[in-house]
Design a protein. Structure first.
Length: 505
């Protein structure tokens, strides 16, 4: 009987993790962002440290296994890693990520087991956010599947311009903690009178209602305002298959496709090509780039494109701006194992079968001037960079618009592209800035300053998005403050919980 009970608990833990994944794009069933963690918290009640650790691990396997399995595609299908090795590598990635909820569960059972209220309303939210933050930078970092992203279209999304994504995570988890605390109030074997129990439940409902109602009210507030300037843009989604992109005999066809599409949109102030649009070093493509720049000047336009750049012994994943306006941006935050090999001395012998083109980039300078088109300062980011909230916030300077170019074809038909776009939307909502998000094979979109998609092209479709975008001025509270205070509060909340304070339930 005990074995059956354990197996059922383990299955529920895995299922809870899998349900949580459905709260993210493309499914966007945001209510499930509460169901999965609530089930996990209930499973952790009265668990021993060892049992809580295992429950957390299994939840993580269900969560990260279904939410980030697509790393297998980039390693095997496009990186040409042998299937068994790619499977092992993917399992290791998922297992590593799952250690964070496992550690959280262990700590709860080991050092915070005296009060349901303390565990549920303080430790659970604070330690979860702390784990999300640690996961974002430890061992190169992995800022993916942060819980707050699930609420970008819910009332709690209104808190993004004030508290950011981690703040939304914290408020979600406080809501869950109050709910579980309320369940305990109902089902506890207490001799407290029914009227007192009802009064306590009413207070808990009021607390949850206040959190949600305030989020809805804040969502109606606009922290940035249009500044009277606008820019006409055309974003070219070339839909070049990844398996063809880096074949030398395809270079001229790829360049011609973008060139032909560009000729039809010279009336735009800015024409954008995606990350790595020209799959060759800039010095090789220099004659073509010079010709393209002359055409752009002739039409009083500018072209922004992604291309690898070599400077001496260093290679950069770059964004070039040519034509009437000029500038460049070198990608700062590189993708581990995709654009560079971390701990190369130790792990490189294990990755000899990983054959990803241009995977030995250098990081660009920490401080780079913004590019400007038609007197509008633009903050450019390449691919993975847009998922880092504080890094984006710190490098916006006086930007009036965000431009993100990416090549999500490394993940084929998986959910990665949708998750990536969802995170890009959150950056616009946090910072109150419109964004041009261009993916090589889609989905590409124009995002307004409230994080809403106004124009889009679906995946695996060749096409162009053209629109005139109004820029904004002003700063959101989040853009001025960032995550530091919230992480400090989460750290304090976790430490205070370890002191085993008593709170009446």
């Amino acid at each position: 009987m005990k074995l059956h009970s354990n197996v059922l608990t383990w299955l529920i833990a895995v299922a809870a993790g899998m349900l949580t994944t459905l709260a993210y794009a493309p499914y966007s069933l945001w209510l499930l962002g509460f169901v999965g963690p609530a089930a996990l918290l209930l499973l952790w009640q009265n668990a021993t440290p060892k049992r809580a650790w295992l429950i957390g691990l299994l939840y993580g396997i269900g969560f990260f296994g279904t939410g980030t399995w697509w790393v297998f595609i980039s390693m095997h299908q496009f990186g040409h890693m042998e299937t068994p090795l790619a499977i092992i590598a993917t399992i290791l990635v998922v297992f590593y990520e799952s250690l964070f909820p496992a550690l959280q569960g262990y700590c709860m059972a080991r050092w915070c087991n005296t009060s349901v209220a303390l565990r549920s309303v303080i430790f659970f939210p604070a330690s979860w956010v702390l784990m999300e933050w640690l996961r974002s930078f430890l061992f190169t970092g992995w800022h993916w599947l942060v819980l707050g992203y699930t609420q970008i279209d819910s009332p709690l999304g209104g808190y993004a311009p004030i508290f950011g994504t981690y703040g939304i995570s914290l408020l979600m988890l406080i809501t869950i903690g109050i709910f579980v605390w309320g369940l305990n109030t109902i089902f506890s074997k207490s001799e407290i009178s029914t009227s007192i129990i009802k009064w306590r439940l009413f207070l808990k409902i009021i607390l949850i209602a206040v959190i949600w109602f305030n989020g809805a009210l804040i969502y109606m507030v606009s922290f940035t305002k249009t500044n009277g300037k606008s820019i006409s843009v055309s974003m070219i989604q070339g839909n070049i298959p990844q398996e063809l992109k880096w074949q030398p005999d395809q270079l001229s066809n790829i360049v011609e496709k973008f060139h032909v599409a560009t000729q039809q949109h010279w009336t735009s102030d800015l024409i954008i090509w995606p990350e790595g649009a020209i799959p060759a070093l800039s010095n090789v493509a220099e004659p073509f780039l010079d010709s393209l720049a002359k055409d752009a000047i002739k039409h009083h336009s500018s072209v922004m494109l992604g291309i690898p750049v070599a400077e001496g012994a260093y290679f950069y994943n770059a964004v070039l701006l040519i034509g009437e306006s000029n500038g460049h941006y070198y990608k700062r935050h590189l993708v581990p194992f995709g654009e560079y090999v971390p701990f190369k001395k130790w792990v490189n012998p294990l990755l000899v079968s990983l054959n990803i083109p241009m995977s030995d980039f250098s990081s660009g300078p920490a401080h780079q001037p913004l590019m400007t088109v038609k007197n509008i300062p633009l903050a450019a980011y390449v691919c993975y960079e847009i998922v880092e909230p504080d890094e984006v916030r710190r490098t916006l300077d006086n930007a009036e618009m965000i431009v993100t170019i990416t090549d999500d074809s490394w993940f084929d038909d998986s959910v990665a592209s949708d998750q990536h776009l969802q995170m890009a939307r959150m950056r616009s909502l946090e910072n109150g800035l419109p964004q041009l998000f261009l993916s090589s094979r889609g989905e590409s979109a124009i995002i307004d300053s409230r994080g809403r998609i106004t124009h889009s092209l679906p995946e695996h479709q060749e096409g162009v998005i053209s629109a005139t975008i109004s820029t904004v001025h002003g700063k959101t509270p989040w853009r001025s403050i960032g995550s530091g205070i919230l992480i400090f509060i989460s750290l304090v909340g976790t430490i205070v919980s370890f002191r085993r304070g008593q709170i009446s339930v």
